[in-house]
Design a protein around this ligand. Structure first.
Ligand SMILES: Nc1nc2c(c(=O)[nH]1)N=C([C@H](O)[C@H](O)COP(=O)(O)OP(=O)(O)OP(=O)(O)O)CN2
Length: 197
């Protein structure tokens, strides 16, 4: 069974080398929508694949870091990157260009790691990240599946190479969140009170 949770953020970028001139030569913003799809073949003690509320923890926090941030490819021109950092307290450096496709892949890789490091506490069984959909506009989206996220032909995404500005990190509920993720820390889902009907 599949479940889906929708997240939103507003962000600015340039996508170099693309065919659309406006997109590759002018900083512009989008109201992104990100759909996270999880799958499992069994249900937890609440008879859910994964409680939607749990997705409003680390998964939501990481996606929300992109809100009001300027996102740039770390191979963009040095001067452009310097100015992004100078004029925006919220910025994210990405090892791939910030197209809808790469946002979908990048979120897949991050959320996949969050789930791997999360200790399930309510009988959730074998939760798998099915795919991530990144809507850039009302009419255009990209959907990344596992084989896309880890496909080197699309560019390798190493978590260590995604850099969140100090301001992005400071606004997390846990400013150490990303450092903990990189260090392989375990994230505990809160244990629900057991009520047997
Ligand atoms: N496959 C992709 N194509 C384009 C991307 C992308 O990430 N993946 N990105 C862009 C631009 O960022 C652009 O701003 C969005 O393009 P487009 O859909 O053409 O935007 P419109 O605002 O014109 O949307 P309409 O709904 O068609 O008016 C370009 N292409």
């Amino acid at each position: 069974m599949l479940i889906r949770k929708l997240f939103k953020f507003e962000s600015a970028h340039i996508v170099r080398n693309c065919s659309s001139l406006r997109c590759s030569t002018s900083i512009h913003g989008h109201s992104y929508k990100v759909e996270v799809l999880l799958e499992a073949d069994a249900l937890d003690h609440g008879q859910m694949v994964y409680d939607f509320g749990l997705m409003k923890g680390n998964i939501r926090d990481v996606i929300d870091a992109f809100d009001h941030a300027i996102c740039f490819w770390d191979r963009d021109e040095e001067e452009y990157i310097r100015l992004c950092k100078q004029f925006s307290a919220r910025w994210i450096a990405m090892p791939v260009s910030p197209s809808a496709e790469q946002f979908a892949r990048l979120f897949f890789v991050i959320i996949d790691r969050i789930l791997q490091q999360t200790v399930m506490a309510n009988g959730e069984a074998d939760i798998r990240l099915h795919s991530v959909i990144a809507h850039e506009t009302e009419t255009g989206y990209a959907q990344a599946f596992r084989h896309d996220a880890y496909n080197p032909r699309m560019g390798e995404i190493r978590l260590e190479e995604i850099v969140f500005s100090e301001q992005c990190q400071a606004e997390w509920r846990d400013p150490q969140l990303y450092r903990k993720l990189l260090a392989g820390a375990r994230f505990e889902n809160s244990t629900p009170p057991r009520q047997v009907p």
